[in-house]
Ligand binder design. Structure first.
Ligand code: UDP
Ligand code: MG
Length: 333
């Protein structure tokens, strides 16, 4: 019997959890030919989310949990889950029921046909502001135009991955993670399923515009060095124009003599070139910052507690293997 794992990253989701658990339980009835594992990743919740999950585990051994030592953000929470998840097929789902669990049944059909990454594509996004929709659309468009790998638009992290896709994701060592980009980078056979994204069942979104801008910059800088290339191109063009203008000024001075007025043109050129330089310094700084965090080689996360099916993978050994620089042999099936 094959095993299906469902990863649920959660951060202060006590209100959503009972609804979610009910739906997951129902889902289990529709797929009796799979052994199930619900891996809840508690990302430093300050409410009773973890206690609720612990209570579920007492009566239901399909429920497993991973308690991170603090709030790391959803990207890291998923990264931790990839290390602990045991299923042959692995689904990732939000705790707030914005992703309907029932869709996993359809995803499994494609998985059985041999697809490695069956992702849910949003047809509509109820409960999200037009600004969020618009910015997200533009962001994907920009990202696609600068990247060589195809990027899936209108998708989140809601998807079903095969074991070898999970192993491929685990091979990404970066500390600043942009998981959506990684899904594209690993390749393999992909299939999209359209669905309507529901509003959250309870609670509030943990995202704000600062976090989204952060993730957008993260996405671009982790995925592509195109901004650096763009800086070089724009910088070269600006320098060329400045050079032409300089020659023009020199020649004009020689021919027509010293020309004292010219304050506005001078200040314009100075401000323009100064501005461009600052922007490009910022772009270089973004990449430098990434290099800085990566070279520190800090562990990605710490586990406070793990309770699940696979007891051989204790948090201790996992952290040790994560910290030392040995390449772990991973069998790709
Ligand atoms: N989440 C998390 N850590 C965080 C923020 C969010 O694990 O620091 C989880 C959250 O509990 C939810 C999922 O990530 O299951 C998506 O979060 P949210 O619904 O707030 O994002 P949105 O759906 O608005 O993009
Ligand atoms: Mg949500």
């Amino acid at each position: 019997m094959k095993k299906l794992s469902i990863i649920i990253p959660m951060y202060n989701e006590e209100e959503s959890l009972p609804h979610l658990y009910k739906r997951l339980d129902k889902l289990g009835e529709s797929i009796p030919n799979y052994e199930l594992e619900f891996l809840f990743v508690n990302d430093g919740s300050k409410d009773s989310s973890l206690d609720i999950v612990k209570a579920y585990r007492k009566s239901d051994n399909r429920v497993c949990y991973l308690n991170l030592s603090r709030n790391y953000g959803k990207e890291v929470a998923m990264g931790a889950a990839f290390d602990y998840v045991t299923g042959d097929a692995v689904a990732i789902i939000d705790a707030d029921l914005q992703d309907p669990p029932e869709l996993i049944i359809d995803m499994l059909k494609y998985y059985e046909e041999g697809y490695d990454d069956v992702f849910a594509k949003r047809r509509s996004r109820d409960g999200e502001t037009w600004l969020k929709k618009w910015t997200s659309k533009k962001f994907y468009k920009i990202l696609q135009s600068v990247s060589k790998v195809p990027i899936q638009t209108d998708t989140g992290d809601f998807r079903l991955l095969s074991r070898r896709a999970i192993e491929a994701l685990r091979a990404f060592p970066e500390k600043q993670r942009y998981t959506k980009g990684m899904f594209s980078l690993i390749g393999f056979k992909k299939k999209d399923i359209e669905f309507d994204r529901d509003p959250r069942v309870a609670g509030e979104t943990k995202w704000n515009y600062f976090k989204l801008i952060d993730l957008a910059i993260e996405g671009i800088t982790s995925f592509t060095t195109a901004p650096l290339r763009l800086s070089t191109i724009i910088g070269t063009i600006t320098a060329f124009c400045a050079f032409v203008y300089m020659i023009y000024t020199v020649v004009k001075t020689i021919v027509t003599g010293v020309d004292v007025p010219g304050y506005s043109s001078l200040i314009c050129v100075m401000l323009f070139i100064g501005g461009i330089q600052l922007i490009f310094l910022g772009i270089i700084g973004e990449y430098l910052g990434r290099i800085f965090t990566e070279v520190k080689r800090r562990p990605l996360y710490f586990i406070d507690e793990y309770s699940g099916t696979d007891n051989s993978k204790s948090p201790i050994t996992n952290e040790i293997t994560k910290n030392c620089d040995t390449k772990i042999e991973r069998d790709f099936e």
